[in-house]
Design a protein around this ligand. Structure first.
Ligand code: CMC
Length: 393
């Protein structure tokens, strides 16, 4: 009751008190649990950051070993689960497959669905962290028509994921350490970003006391949109198109500025960052390292750098404070590693998973949580009598 505030896109409405992630969009600062993103990306592993986000503190050596063992021993998927994956059309988008698979975890793990049972939530979180990479790899393999490998739990989660994605049964697959490290770093950079669209979706669904798997699957749905997680794939499509049409980067930028056909410079702009996205700087460095290590000479990297150079000097972008965001260069790295464009957003989902889990748990434990239920400003008809079929035109 009381006054209803009209705030489309929740530009000025906080839906949560949160102690997980701090962003200063004007200064370009991002911290998880107080730790600067630059330091975490440099020093941590993906599971270490997952532990930090979920438990609130960096793990001791013993805590991390234990957490890794718990996750790495749960990467297998039930055979029935695999058959479900087999039945999706070959050309299904892997994000749709991942969302369906995540949702289906509720059917396989009915022993861990109670949001208010701390032990059940722990095990659900571990299952998600372990099985999402396997599902992602299988979604990719099925699209390629390739055999599904068994996880090899002697490997780290990320090495295992790369092997499940790119390995073949007949030969040993050893991931390049530079690639493994780059993957860890990219996942860390995506691990949380406070109340973004997908995280808000996870919280909103969870606020109705839906279980963790179901809530996370809602987040995957939100992330699939091109204005959110789909942006990394959209950047690649944009670069491909500019090249295919042999377009001058300056002409493309003119189209963007004139808002022709509503095109935007994908990978630029952010609701919160009105400065260089701190993650974008780190990503650019990873792109240089990985492309050099793999000996990949991708002309799209030069094109992306050219677009950035033009944008940073152009009044349109300067006035609107539009800078490269985390996704401007990630696609080029994923391409160099061997991922098809459809997989980019799936990688974002694996990265964001720890943040979704941490935010969902924070919401569940917050005594001030209420079911998410926005108000509206009604703009429809006033009351009118039912019109019989014969009277309708
Ligand atoms: N290219 C050209 N113009 C843009 C862009 C862009 N990428 N982004 C914003 N603008 C313009 C927009 O047209 C508007 O101009 P005007 O004032 O003349 O109407 C102004 O800048 C403000 O834009 P907005 O849409 O009101 O800003 P927003 O906060 O609602 O949108 C955004 C943020 C990320 C959706 C938007 O910048 C965008 O669409 N960017 C491209 C897609 C993208 O890269 N998304 C990934 C975001 S980072 C990863 C993630 O969190 O998922």
């Amino acid at each position: 009751t009381g006054q209803v505030t009209y705030d489309p896109g929740f530009m000025n409405t906080a839906n949560a008190k949160s102690s997980i992630t701090y962003i200063d969009g004007d200064e370009g600062i991002l911290r998880y649990r107080g730790y600067p993103i630059e330091q975490l990306a440099e020093k941590s592993s993906y599971l270490e950051v997952a532990y930090l986000l979920i438990h609130g503190e960096l793990p001791t050596k013993g805590q991390l070993d234990n957490f890794e063992a718990r996750v790495e021993h749960r990467t297998l998927l039930d055979e029935r689960f695999k058959r479900m994956f087999d039945n999706f059309p070959r050309d299904a988008h892997p994000m749709a497959v991942l969302q369906a698979g995540t949702s289906a975890l509720s059917t396989f793990y009915q022993d861990s669905l109670d949001p208010f049972d701390a032990e059940q939530v722990r095990i659900s979180a571990v299952r998600l962290l372990a099985k999402l990479p396997t599902m992602a790899a299988y979604a990719h393999r099925i699209a390629q028509g390739h055999a599904l490998l068994y996880p090899d739990n002697r490997l780290s989660l990320i090495e295992n994921f790369l092997r499940l994605t790119f390995g073949f049964p007949v030969e040993e697959y050893i991931a390049d350490p530079v690639v493994v490290r780059a993957m860890e770093q990219l996942l860390i950079l995506h691990a949380d970003h406070e109340q973004n669209c997908s995280t808000s979706a996870v919280r909103l669904v969870g606020s109705a006391q839906a279980n963790l798997f179901t809530s996370i699957s809602a987040g995957i749905g939100a992330l699939s949109g091109p204005a959110h997680g789909g942006a990394n794939a959209a950047v690649m499509d944009m670069l491909d198109q500019i090249q295919a049409e042999n377009m001058d980067p300056r002409d493309f930028m003119e189209k963007v500025k004139n808002k022709e056909d509503g095109i935007r410079l994908m990978g630029f702009g952010h609701r919160v960052y009105k400065n260089y996205d701190p993650r974008a700087r780190i990503v650019k460095k990873i792109a240089d390292d990985v492309l050099e290590r793999l000996g990949v000479n991708d002309s799209r990297l030069e094109l992306a750098m050219k677009l950035e150079e033009i944008a940073l000097k152009d009044d349109y972008f300067v006035e609107r404070k539009l800078y490269p965001n985390v996704d401007f260069y990630t696609g080029l790295i994923y391409k160099a590693i061997g991922f098809p464009t459809e997989m980019f957003t799936v990688l974002f989902a694996i990265g964001r998973l720890p943040g979704w889990i941490a935010q969902w748990e924070e919401m569940v434990h917050d005594p001030e949580t209420k079911i998410g239920r926005p108000r509206q400003i009604y703009t429809g008809h006033a009351e009118r009598p039912y019109k019989e079929m014969g009277e309708r035109t």
